[in-house]
Design a protein around this ligand. Structure first.
Ligand code: 4AD
Ligand code: MG
Length: 479
């Protein structure tokens, strides 16, 4: 008999039909005549209750049906008299597939801390919390492709190994086949990359943007969705060394169009989660509410589903960096010295404490900040007419801070070359990039959404390590 996913059974299973399910035992409790097995196959947050009578199976088999074991069960789907489920499986046959020693299995049927489960990243998808997170992660990936496909964008695979530094920030992981000891040296005594695998220095990409721009200059609307790597030594709850980024790039598009696209995109994804992931969201929401009970009432955040609805239903605030600095300079926390990095005036880079103040205290809504000073932004951003600021945009979210970073690009060859000189970006290395400005250049814009930052927001999880299957952070590369 063909097995059916538990999600399918709970959605549309017909009472009276014979079915087979396979999954992992969450719990088992026994009484005199019968055993109740909560079975989960990962297709849904909900378990299927398998009812197994001792009269049919004897006592012995149940010693092997422990938390974590893989079993199959065949029987008739019946209406359930127990609370919490509408149907259950009355077992006629049970197959022991993979045993699990109940004394050693690390994932006991009790509440484990997220820190403990992080060490158990190979087994944590079997918990309710992480299975919910990773089902939502899948739904978001699917929704991202739908959003762009429906709007005439083409997906482009930009290279993962590259010889350029798109952000110019020098936070790259080197890719080499040189031996770790005594690599070949050149006449200057430096490592000789002409003898390396690619014949030049290569690294893992920090962003697919520059290559994405080349394709936008041909296909008009494109997006990339790939892994990106940053060797920044930031051990925070919002930084990973390996994360996934979605980068749309659009030709004949300015900063306002770009902001509209970003806002539509985020709202679409949140609405998609509300429409398609409600069981998992409800579980995560009650988990979060439980966790927040220990906090004083005024420090608790909005309930998860309420928060998602609020963001999906309200316009984002749009304001310039210069306006934001004025607000921050005159804010209570700044005047009372509460910011770790005090705001003195125009030119300071914003820290996550400032971003969160604007979003959570001042406006109580997502904020799109634009037109940052050119000194604190990347070389490719379009210089504003004032010669001081660039057409940058950062989308700031509650609890997260920056979720999206983007800009209108500098399409004027001379201006771009001047910025590259000022910022010591070698023009020879990016000659191919400059070609798009030489031949048929046009105004264009794009942005990057940090996929795990989106996941933090949608799931309400507090640490970015808990929304990616296997986190890579400084001093941590397990699995
Ligand atoms: O602001 P960033 O550095 O922008 C770019 O890389 C541009 N090339 C994007 C573009 O215009 N096409 O990064 C974009 C987003 C950030 O807003 C943040 O959400 C996420 O990527 N991000 C990280 N997420 C997790 N861990 C890190 N270390 C991250 N660094 C950036
Ligand atoms: Mg940024």
């Amino acid at each position: 008999m063909e097995k059916i996913q538990i999600a399918e059974i709970l959605r549309s299973g017909k009472v009276g039909t014979e079915i087979t399910v396979k999954g992992w035992v969450r719990t088992r409790r026994g009484s005199k005549n019968v055993n109740f097995i909560a079975l989960n196959d990962g297709s849904t947050i909900n378990n299927l209750q398998v009812v197994a009578e001792i009269e049919i199976f004897g006592e012995e088999i149940f010693k092997s049906i422990n938390t974590g074991a893989a079993i199959g069960a065949t029987g008739i789907l019946v209406a359930s008299s127990g609370s919490g489920q509408s149907v259950e499986l009355k077992a006629e046959k049970i197959e022991l597939i993979g045993l699990s020693d109940p004394d050693k299995y690390p994932i006991q049927p009790k509440r484990h801390t997220l820190e403990f489960l992080r060490e158990m990243a190979h087994l944590r998808p079997r918990t309710a919390t992480f299975s919910a997170v990773f089902r939502i992660r899948h739904a978001m990936i699917f929704a991202i492709h739908s959003f762009f496909n429906d709007r005439g964008f083409f997906n482009v695979h930009t290279p993962i190994i590259t010889s350029s530094d798109a952000e110019g920030a020098g936070e790259m992981f080197r890719v080499t086949t040189h031996p770790a000891t005594n690599p070949p040296l050149n006449e200057e005594g430096k490592v000789d990359f002409t003898q390396d695998f690619f014949g030049k220095a290569a690294n893992l990409t920090v962003s697919g943007q520059l290559e994405g721009e080349l394709f936008a200059m041909a296909l008009s609307k494109i997006y990339t969705f790939g892994p990106t790597f940053r060797a920044e030594n930031s051990n925070t709850s919002r930084h990973l060394a390996e994360f996934w980024m979605i980068e749309p790039e659009v030709a004949f598009c300015d900063l306002t169009d770009n902001m509209d696209l970003a806002e539509d995109f985020l709202k679409y994804l949140i609405n998609y989660a509300l429409e398609h992931c409600m069981d998992d969201l409800m579980f995560l929401s009650s988990r979060l509410t439980e966790e927040e009970k220990v906090k004083p009432a005024d420090q608790r955040s909005m309930e998860l589903i309420e928060k998602l609805r609020f963001v999906a239903d309200n316009d984002f605030i749009r304001l310039t960096y210069t306006e934001a600095i004025e607000i921050l300079k005159n804010s209570k926390p700044n005047k009372k010295g509460k910011f770790q990095y005090p705001i003195t005036g125009y030119g300071t880079d914003l820290q996550s404490e400032h971003e969160r103040f604007l979003v959570e205290q001042e406006f109580k809504k997502p904020v799109i900040l634009t037109n940052y000073p050119k000194e604190i932004k990347a070389f490719y951003m379009r210089l504003d007419d004032n010669g001081q600021t660039v057409a940058a945009m950062d989308v700031l979210f509650p609890q997260i801070g920056e979720i999206i970073g983007g800009s209108q690009r500098e399409e004027r060859l001379e201006m771009l070359e001047r910025r590259m000189d000022e910022m010591h970006i070698p023009k020879e290395d990016l000659d191919w990039y400059l070609d798009t400005r030489r031949y048929g250049g046009c105004p264009h814009a794009g942005f990057g959404l940090g996929f795990e930052r989106l996941m933090l927001f949608v799931t309400g999880m507090g640490n970015i390590r808990d929304v990616i299957p296997f986190a890579r952070t400084p001093k941590n590369c397990e699995f």
